[in-house]
Design a protein around this ligand. Structure first.
Ligand SMILES: *Cc1c(COP(=O)(O)O)cnc(C)c1O
Length: 419
C-alpha cells in the first residue's frame, strides 16, 4: 500500500515546518542561550518522537532475540523486525523484501559489496568504476579490492560545475572491462544529483552492473529501484531520521543469491559441520550474528514518518530552501559556493576568503548554528577544487527559511571578522 499516494491526493505539496519541528524534541534546545539552528543533517539527522517512542516501547513491552525463540516475545520481535524490511522494500519499491539486507550502516553495505561481489563475482582484470565525488566509504573498499585482487579502479572526473563528466564516463566504460559501476546518487558535498537513469543505461549497454550510494538521495527524493533499473542500492538509517547502527543494501535477488557470504557466524547459516557449512537464503546469508533489532524497529518508524509527509512535499521544501540559500549566501562578498549543478539537493558547501572552514564553523557555533567543516569524507573532491576543507550547511524537513536567513546574516558578520 502506498500511504504517500493516498495522503498527497488532492493536497498541494506544502510542508508545515512549524508543525514538523514539534515532532523533534531536540530542536527545542538552546545552545549558549540561543536557539539551536541545526544545519548538519547531512552528517546525521535528528530523530522525530515517533522513532524515539517506537524504540522505547519495544524495549519496554516487546523485546527478545529474533528468528530463534519459539516463544511469544521472540515471535513478536521477529515480526516487528521483519516489518522493517517490508517498510524498506516499500520505500524503494523493491520487488521483494528478501532483497533487503540489513547492515550496520552504508559503509558496511559498500564493504559487503566489495567483499562479496568484488571478490566473489568480479574477476581479476575487470574494473570498478566510481566517480570523483564519492564519499570515502565508496572509495576505500574498492581500493582494498584493487590491491588484493588486481581489479582495476577507474574514476569518472567531476566538471567545474560539480557534475559528472559523462563524456569521460562513456570513454571509461567503452572497453567492456567494467564489471561494476558504484556511484553516488547525490553528492554529500556539492548536493549534485548524478544522472542515475543515464548511468544505468550506459553501464548496462556495456555489460556492467550498477550500485548506487543513496545515503543522501533517499533523504530528499523518492527512490524507485525498479524505475531506476539499477542492480544494487544502499543507504544508511541515521540520515533518514532513523537511529544509528542500521544500514541497507538492496540487490536483485538473483545477484544476491550468486554472491558468497560476507561475515560468518550465527543467523547466516543453514547447517554447520566442521567439514562444511551451508548458507541460509538471502537476506539472512548476509546477516551474521544478532541483527540491529531495535534499530530496525526505529528505522521502520522513521520510514513511516517520512512516507506520511510524502516525498513531493519534502522535495518541494528542499528545493525552496536550496534556492533561498544560494540566493542569500551567493550575494555575500567573499563567499564561494562549491558546485553549480542544475539538479541538486539540500546541501550547500562554501569557502570564505581568508578564513579557514574550522574558524567559520566555530564562529557560527557561537550563534547556536551547527554546520560541518572539513573534507566531508571526500578528500579527493576537495583536492579537485583546490581546497582542503569547506563549510557545509545541510537541510532537512525541519529546516526553516528563517534559519537560512540567520545563517546568512551571521556569515556576513563572520566575513567582517576576516576582512
Ligand atoms: C554519510 C555518507 C556515507 C557514510 O554513511 P555511514 O552511515 O557513515 O556509513 C556514505 N556516502 C554518502 C554519500 C554519505 O553522505
Amino acid at each position: 500500500m502506498n500511504v504517500e499516494a493516498k495522503i498527497s491526493l488532492g493536497r498541494p505539496a506544502v510542508l508545515d515546518v512549524a508543525r514538523i519541528r514539534e515532532d523533534f524534541p531536540i530542536l527545542r534546545q538552546k545552545i549558549r542561550g540561543k536557539p539551536l539552528v541545526f544545519l548538519d543533517s547531512a552528517a546525521s539527522a535528528q530523530k522525530p518522537r515517533a522513532v524515539i517512542e517506537a524504540m522505547r516501547e519495544a524495549m519496554e513491552t516487546q523485546y527478545a532475540n529474533v528468528h530463534r525463540g519459539l516463544h511469544w516475545m521472540s515471535e513478536r520481535t521477529t515480526d516487528a523486525y521483519e516489518a522493517a524490511r517490508e517498510a524498506v522494500a516499500a520505500l524503494i519499491n523493491a520487488n521483494d523484501a528478501h532483497e533487503v539486507v540489513f547492515t550496520r550502516n552504508i559503509t558496511e553495505s559498500l564493504n559487503l559489496m566489495a567483499h562479496s561481489y568484488g571478490r566473489g563475482i568480479l574477476k581479476p582484470g575487470q574494473a570498478v568504476l566510481i566517480s570523483g565525488m564519492e564519499h570515502h566509504s565508496n572509495i576505500v573498499p574498492w581500493q582494498l579490492l584493487r590491491d588484493e585482487r588486481g581489479i582495476e579502479l577507474r574514476v569518472v572526473p567531476v566538471t567545474d560545475s560539480g557534475e559528472l563528466d559523462m563524456d569521460a564516463f562513456e570513454t571509461l566504460i567503452a572497453d567492456g572491462k567494467v564489471g561494476l559501476v558504484s556511484m553516488t546518487h547525490m553528492s554529500n558535498v556539492l548536493g549534485t544529483y548524478t544522472p542515475v537513469e543515464r548511468i544505468v543505461r550506459m553501464a548496462h549497454a556495456h555489460g556492467a552492473k550498477v550500485l548506487f550510494d543513496g545515503a543522501q538521495a533517499v533523504v530528499h527524493r523518492r527512490v524507485d529501484v525498479q524505475a531506476l533499473g539499477c542492480d544494487f542500492y544502499a543507504f544508511t538509517g541515521h540520515k533518514l531520521y532513523g537511529p544509528t547502527g542500521i544500514g541497507v543494501l538492496w540487490g536483485r535477488r538473483e545477484l544476491l543469491d550468486a554472491m558468497p557470504p560476507f561475515l560468518g557466524g550465527g543467523e547466516m547459516i543453514s547447517s554447520v559441520a566442521f567439514e562444511r557449512s551451508t548458507w541460509a537464503d538471502v537476506p539472512h546469508k548476509f546477516e551474521a550474528g544478532t541483527p540491529p533489532i531495535l534499530e530496525g524497529i526505529g528505522l521502520k518508524a522513521a520510514i513511516d514518518y517520512v512516507q506520511q509527509i510524502g516525498y513531493d512535499a519534502i522535495a518541494a521544501h528542499e528545493t525552496a530552501l536550496v534556492d533561498h540559500a544560494l540566493a542569500r549566501l551567493g550575494t555575500i562578498e567573499g563567499v564561494h559556493i562549491l558546485g553549480r549543478a542544475q539538479d541538486r539537493g539540500g546541501v550547500v558547501s562554501f569557502a570564505l576568503d581568508r578564513a579557514h572552514a574550522h574558524d567559520v564553523a566555530t564562529l557560527l557555533d557561537r550563534q547556536g548554528i551547527a554546520v560541518r567543516a572539513g573534507n566531508h569524507c571526500a578528500e579527493p573532491l576537495m583536492h579537485r577544487f583546490g581546497l582542503d576543507s569547506t563549510t557545509r550547511a545541510s537541510f532537512a524537513i525541519y529546516t526553516s527559511h528563517d534559519e537560512i536567513d540567520f545563517l546568512a546574516d551571521s556569515l556576513a558578520r563572520v566575513r567582517e571578522f576576516f576582512k
